[in-house]
Design a protein around this ligand. Structure first.
Ligand code: PRP
Ligand code: ADE
Length: 172
């Protein structure tokens, strides 16, 4: 029987020399792979109490949406700069390759709300850290962080050691 990790395809040197790119398209296109991914992620947070799910553009949307739906919670998208139509707050952050700005609608998180942060992958932890900053700026509380994959070598877990972090797959 195939394990979840078996569905992930690895492409060396994409999008830059030296990066081992962990491709989720091979997970998503297989109905067993997609189901296993969502089931395993759901299982990791079955004991966690939260009010709302925050999903990171763009691969994070794919995993945050079914989790919010299955848990009966709302989904709040964190988007790259210039995509959200109402008043936003923003934060600049570094990626494994490059820099970007993330935005959140000011009225998307209410003070005291417990938020589950969801993404497909944690590399340096820069994206998750940026999401945390946005949530906390609005007075929300980070209930937990959930990712399909964690790249251990980039030390994101150490960077985010104050928070609960669950991952379904990890790579050394
Ligand atoms: C990728 C991935 C994570 C982030 C992880 O997103 O989906 O969000 O990088 O890297 P980090 O832990 O070093 O921040 P990317 O910004 O490439 O955007 P995409 O989802 O639109 O492909
Ligand atoms: N995002 C940041 N680093 C990545 C990697 N190594 N594979 C896939 N997505 C990524």
């Amino acid at each position: 029987m195939k394990e979840l990790k078996d569905y992930v395809r690895t492409i060396p040197n994409f999008p830059e020399e030296g990066i081992m790119f962990r491709d989720i398209t091979s997970v998503l296109q297989d109905p067993d792979g997609f189901k296993l991914a969502i089931d395993e992620m759901m299982d990791l947070v079955k004991d966690l109490d939260f009010d709302v799910v925050l999903g990171a553009e763009s691969r994070g949307f794919i995993f945050s949406a079914p989790i919010a739906y299955a848990r009966g919670k709302g989904l709040v998208p964190v988007r790259k700069k210039g995509k959200l139509p109402c008043e936003t707050i923003e934060v600049e952050y570094d990626l494994e390759y490059g820099k970007a700005v993330l935005e959140l609608h000011k009225d998307a998180i209410k003070p005291g709300q417990k938020v589950l942060l969801v993404d497909d992958l944690m590399a340096t932890g820069g994206t998750i850290e940026a999401m945390i900053k946005l949530v906390e700026k609005l007075g929300g509380e980070v209930a937990g962080i959930l990712v399909l994959m964690e790249l251990k070598g980039l030390k994101g877990r150490e960077r985010l050691s104050k928070y609960r972090l669950d991952s379904a797959i990890s790579y050394e």
